[in-house]
Design a protein. Structure first.
Length: 194
């Protein structure tokens, strides 16, 4: 998405949020795309609502922050559902909606939380699509992400999850993999004898 289009979409999203959460202390609204954050896959958008920390809550107390975010969620449950429905109806691709508190630590090494996340859209990624698939979380470095994104750019896969499945299928095709499986079963048999 071009920056100008993204900015118009962000302004529209902010307007939706501010109109649905009247009286709520919304600190900031962000709309990010692939390249803005390593968690975002090509073709996906990441909508983040940053809620101001309520008066009297110690910003360094993760438990108090979690309770404050849960309180926001309970108070605004209906508005959150309405926003979800609206975004789901409008999103053509994958969309992640996140609510978090201001003062959230940033960077890959920072401790995340508290957050409330909801995935919407086409069902791409680990939370939609084929019910026979099991969601798996993996932390990958820049080189691994670049490898997955290259497979997407080449048209081999449509998402990072599909690229990982494609790579695992290539491993299973190798004769050495069947030998490893046989050895693994032998080891399991030996363990069961103890």
């Amino acid at each position: 998405m071009e920056r100008a289009d993204l900015e118009r979409a962000r302004e529209k999203f902010e307007g939706e949020v501010r109109s649905r959460f009247v009286g709520a202390a919304i600190d900031k609204v962000e709309l990010l795309q692939y390249g803005d954050n390593p968690e975002i896959e090509p073709g996906e958008l990441f909508a983040r609502v940053i809620v101001a920390v309520p008066d009297g809550v110690d910003e360094t107390d993760q438990e108090a922050r979690g309770q404050a975010l849960e309180g926001f969620h309970e108070t605004h449950r209906a508005a959150i559902r309405e926003l979800q429905r609206e975004l789901k109806a409008r999103s053509g691709g994958g969309l992640m909606l996140e609510f978090t508190l201001a003062g959230q630590a940033a960077g890959p090494e920072a401790k995340r939380g508290p957050v409330i996340r909801m995935r919407m859209g086409s069902g791409r990624g680990p939370f939609g699509g084929d019910p026979s698939l099991t969601p798996v979380m993996a932390r990958l470095g820049a080189e691994d992400l670049e490898t997955l994104d290259t497979l997407i750019a080449a048209g081999i896969a449509g998402s990072r999850a599909e690229a990982v499945r494609w790579a695992l299928a290539r491993i299973r095709e190798r004769p050495a993999y069947e030998q490893i499986r046989a050895r693994s079963r032998e080891i399991e048999d030996l363990k069961s004898q103890f």
